[in-house]
Design a protein around this ligand. Structure first.
Ligand code: HEC
Length: 266
């Protein structure tokens, strides 16, 4: 009851009139199809590839030797296998943490420089969003593959799972409040059930995505940051362990899905 009231306060409605829901969903699907003919994210991908290959930082090095998990210099297919454990740092890293690491080690940037402006704002573009658009695009069509072989990977998955169900904040929401049952919606947006393979695959394979409402390509870090904000949780630090843990949980649930990012999103 408390939950129902809280969801109502948050603007969520259970689909009671199935017909209305179906036609709205069909409308949104059609809108996405139209937009997908020319996804503006292509511009981000191209700019990101240029940045990747351009010497930068105090060491005047490009990122071409970056090891995203498949060996130095291999970008193709790497995003679909992240997050993963890295021997050289002794921890599980997601794509964005690994990018930060490569910018520091290869290019000689400080942590502050390598994590500056992770999310663009009007008039201020983000190199990170561009670089991630490029890196993710190189995994298009690759199957999401999270074996959870290393004990640290298992630990991160478990941490992510606990976080997913952890309730708190002003509304006493968890991720699970909005994303663990079929048929929930907030305004016009269907909320994917992230505990099912279909829901997790759809959600995980389509980020980064070009957000029509924001006119920017946003990364998974941004998507989760935005959900934690809707959840009224404290703002996570960019690249923090809790986000990687959540990604580990989502990616593993999405195992076998085919990457299709950057996609186009509302
Ligand atoms: C108050 C409800 C709410 C809570 C709590 C919430 N989210 Fe979301 N989430 C949303 C909305 C709204 C969207 C956008 C759906 C859309 O645009 O179609 C979304 C989208 C997402 C997506 C992308 C889905 C897609 O297909 O693009 C992921 C992944 C996600 N949330 C994960 C999480 C995680 C992990 C948490 C917990 C940290 C969480 N959410 C908490 C409301 C919520």
């Amino acid at each position: 009851m408390v939950l129902a009231a809280a969801l109502a306060a948050g603007g969520a409605v259970m689909a009671s009139a199935q017909d209305t829901k179906d036609s709205t969903a069909a409308g949104i699907a059609q809108y996405r199809e139209m937009l997908a003919d020319g996804n503006p994210a292509e511009l981000w991908e191209a700019a990101g590839e240029e940045l990747w290959k351009k010497p930068a930082g105090p060491k005047q090095a490009s990122l071409e030797a970056c090891d995203l998990g498949l060996g130095p210099g291999v970008v193709k297919g790497a995003y679909a296998k992240l997050p993963r454990f890295f021997k050289d740092t002794g921890r599980v890293m997601d794509a964005e943490q690994r990018l930060m690491y490569c910018r520091m080690t290869l290019q000689g940037l400080t942590k502050e420089e390598a994590s500056a402006r992770p999310f663009s704002s009007p008039g201020k573009s983000s190199d990170i969003e561009r670089l991630m658009a490029y890196v993710a695009s190189e995994s298009r069509g690759a199957a999401i593959d999270i074996p959870l072989a290393h004990p640290e990977e298992k630990r991160m998955y478990e941490l992510g799972r606990r976080m997913f169900f952890y309730r708190g904040g002003a509304y006493d929401f968890a991720c699970a409040t909005c994303h663990a049952q079929p048929g929930l919606r907030i305004r016009l947006q269907d909320l994917p059930d992230l505990l099912t393979a279909d829901g997790a695959r759809y959600a995980y394979s389509t980020w980064p995505g070009y957000r029509v409402s924001q006119g920017e390509v946003r990364t998974m870090q941004h998507r989760l940051y935005d959900c934690l904000r809707q959840q009224r949780f404290p703002e996570p630090l960019y690249g923090s362990e809790v986000i990687t843990a959540l990604e580990m949980f989502l990616a593993r649930n999405a195992n076998g899905g085919k990457m299709d990012a950057p996609s186009i999103k509302r």
